[in-house]
Every structure is written in C-alpha cells, then in structure tokens.
Ligand binder design. Structure first.
Ligand code: GDP
Length: 419
C-alpha cells in the first residue's frame, strides 16, 4: 500500500477548555477506537448514573496504557484522509511542558483550544508563546464549546481577532480558526447547520493538511558521542545518530576540536559489524582510522557540514525554576551529550508570555520566557535550531535539576577566546 505521511501534534490550551474532550471526539470521528469501547464506556457511565464524557475515552486509553494492556504503549493515534496523526503528549500530563521544552517530544503541528465562553486567557497566550518558542509553525486554533454561546458568529469573530493578533505578533500564522463543539461534534469532522455561517475547514480537515517535518535523515550528520569503549586493542566511539547518516570510509570531523579522521568500521553495540549506510535514530559504535583524543560530548560530522564550535550561544528559553534567572547566574548547560558550566551574560526580552502587556524585565521568572546570551566554560558543538532541531536545543540545570530549556538562536562561531 501507499505510505501515509505521519504527523506529530500537540493539543494545548487552558485547563478545562476541552482538550481531552476533543481528543475523545477525534478518536471516535476518525474511527480509531477499538470495537465496542465507546459503547462500553457509555454503559459504565449509565450504570454509575453519571453523564458520559468524551474525555473518559482518553482516561480509559491512558489507564490501559499505564497498565500495559494496549500493545501500542506510547502514543495515541488516529487517521485522517491522508495522514497518520500521532498525539505526542496527553493533555494535562504533568510532564507535558517539560517534555516539550527539553525536546523529549517534538511536534510538527499543534491545536490551540479556546473555550468560546471563557475566551482567550493567560494560559492560552502562554501556550501560544510556547508554540513559537518551540518553533512549531503549523497551528490550528479551535474555538470550542460554541454550544455555550449559541453558536454565535459574533462571539467567534471576537475571539478569532484576539488570538489572531496574539499569534501573528509572535510570528505564528494560524492555518485555520475553527468554531466547534467538541462535546456535540460540530466542526470536528463535519460541518453542521449550527455552524452554517462558517466556511473553513473542520478540525480533521485542518489536520489533514499538516506537513510532516523534514526527516532527520535528510539533515547533515550529527553523532553526539556518548562514550568511548576500549575493546581488545580497538577504540569504539559510541553514540546515537541524531541526524543524517554515515558509512565506513566516510571522512569525518570531530567537533568542537575540528580533528579529522576516517570511519574504519561501523558496528552495532556491542560489536557486530554492520554493512552499508546508517541513519538518524540508530545507535552505533564506530572505529576510526587513527588514534585521536575524543570524549563524551564531542559531535561527529562530515567535513564541510559541521556544527559550529563556540563558547557563546544566544538562546530563547522557557524558565521552570522557582528562583528567577538573572544576569551573572552560573548554570549548567546540556546540549547533545555535552554538559558544561556556563554563565548568563545578558538577558533580553524577558516577559510573561501570558500577559497582554509584555513589559520587559531583567530576570526571567518561573513560567516566563526570554532571550539570553550565555558564555560557556568549554567550547561546544552546536547548531541554530533552524538548521538542526537535535543539536539546536539546550537544557539548563540548576543544582542538578532541570530549570529551563529552549532553542539555540545563534552561535558565535570561533568565539573561543572569550574567557
Ligand atoms: P481539558 O482540561 O482541556 O482536557 O478539558 P476537558 O476536555 O476535560 O473538558 C472540560 C469540561 O468542559 C468537561 O466538563 C467537558 O464536558 C466540557 N466540555 C468540553 N467540550 C465541550 C463542549 O464543546 N461544550 C460544552 N458545553 N462543554 C464541553
């Protein structure tokens, strides 16, 4: 059969605005539920004398997942006409924000949900900002619970205008703004008479136009070194190919030092020789044609397509720690497999992304965002996020705990003289 493009999405928005309900509806409308599941849950609700909620579906699937009952233990999926859609994190999941910031989950697109009665809230704006921070460009907005505002076109327009202005201000152009009732089904997979005044796509149609990210295989080779093993008299450099591919015979450069070598063999770890070319996502061990000093944290790349070596990085970050981040703070940076001490040289554009008046402050408070310049104790190999999402993302630790993270905006190549 034909291969269907897979797209990974997140559903974000203020708590209670209807994320779980929308997921339940989407699973139902796209025929993605196991046989009899819906009927079973409806019967259980009836027996307990409580009204059925679409969000029960998500709860039930999550429970099964946690108990290891379902075979696909990691993700919730459904199909549109031409796409396989993977929901990469469950709404309300406690680790959601952290996973997004640290890059544990990477989305191609997002749905931002707004309760039609409540309108755009701080958390709505903050999540909008988060999409911008994470470089997610494909965003569909849904105005949910239209049944609570009598499906009024005027109320819909009011909210559309407000969220449109906010997202455009962040450089994110919504692909659609869709009036729906997740509870009743209007606008999810079908245009219904109650939203007869609306001409745009349904939620399912909007998801069907999402473009998958460029496969990591097509980007330049990045192999962050995890460890060096001595095996007999051979030295094996082990790591995961984060992007691109490699093969025996390739000329490589070890960054940030810039030393050159040739790949002698590629092996799976532990030690079975592998033939041919190996691409993104694969863990490998390689041997080189010469003895060089290599250590954990180095990045192996092809000559002519290397990451930058730098001691200065500008990053756009989201801050999670109770203590605000300030100029002069000493932090620990994790980028790829490298960890290095660093200090904050400058803070700009520190704002509360939830508030309308984006007044700049000098420190980045919890749940706030900002752009920072950091000076690293050691040179590091990095890429701007725009060029490589895997080596263009960093995590900040304070006292051994994740305190924030974000995207590399730019690196000052050759800034190695800065003490
Ligand atoms: P979440 O916290 O964003 O996941 O929100 P939920 O999906 O749990 O929904 C919160 C509440 O809003 C629940 O009581 C839902 O039944 C209700 N709700 C969700 N969608 C709709 C809708 O389209 N119309 C109405 N009237 N209520 C809805």
């Amino acid at each position: 059969g034909t291969t269907r493009p897979q797209v990974r999405i997140v559903i974000v928005g203020h708590v209670d605005h209807g994320k779980s309900t929308l997921v339940g509806r989407l699973l139902h409308e796209t025929g993605s539920l196991p046989e009899g599941k819906l009927e079973m849950l409806k019967a259980v609700s009836a027996r307990r004398g409580m009204p059925f909620e679409w969000s029960f579906l998500l709860d039930a699937l999550q429970t099964e997942r946690d108990q290891g009952i379902t075979i696909d233990t990691t993700q919730i999926r459904f199909r549109t006409r031409s796409r396989d859609v993977v929901l990469i994190d469950a709404p309300g999941h406690a680790e959601f924000l952290r996973n997004m910031i640290t890059g544990a989950s990477q989305a191609d697109g997002a749905v931002l949900i707004i309760d039609a009665l409540e309108g755009v809230r701080d958390q709505t704006r903050r999540h909008g900002y988060l999409l911008h921070l994470l470089g997610i460009k494909q965003v569909a907005v849904v105005v949910n619970k239209m049944d609570r505002v009598d499906f009024g076109a005027d109320r819909f327009k009011e909210i559309s205008d407000e969220i449109w202005a906010h997202l455009i201000g962040l450089g994110v152009t919504p692909s659609a703004i869709i009036p729906i009732s997740a509870r009743d089904g209007d606008g999810v997979a079908e245009h219904t008479p109650r939203i007869g005044w609306y001409q745009g796509p349904t939620v399912v149609e909007a998801l069907d136009t999402l473009e998958p990210a460029r496969p990591l295989e097509q980007l330049a080779l990045r192999l962050p070194v995890q460890a060096i093993y001595k095996f007999d008299d051979r030295r094996i450099v082990a790591g995961r190919i984060e992007s691109g591919h490699l093969a025996a015979g390739d000329e490589i450069v070890i960054m940030p030092a810039g030393k050159i070598a040739k790949i002698k063999t590629v092996e799976s770890w532990p030690v079975t020789p592998l033939k041919g070319s190996h691409g993104a996502g694969r863990s490998v061990g390689i041997t080189l044609d010469r003895e060089l000093f290599i250590e954990r944290g180095d990045v192996i790349a092809h000559a002519g397509a290397t990451p930058r070596d730098t001691r200065r990085i500008r990053a756009r970050i989201f801050w999670l720690h109770d203590k605000p981040l300030s100029k002069g703070d000493q932090i620990l940076i994790r980028l790829g497999t490298r960890e290095t001490r660093a200090s904050v040289v400058a803070i700009e554009k520190a704002v509360d992304p939830g508030e309308l008046s984006n007044e700049e402050t000098k420190a980045i408070a919890r749940n706030h965002v900002g752009e920072i310049d950091i000076s690293l104790a050691q040179p590091i190999a990095a890429d701007p996020y725009q060029e490589n999402p895997r080596t263009g993302r960093l995590v900040i630790e304070v006292n051994g705990r994740i305190a924030g993270g974000g995207l590399v905006l730019s690196v000052d190549a050759g800034q190695r003289a800065v003490p």
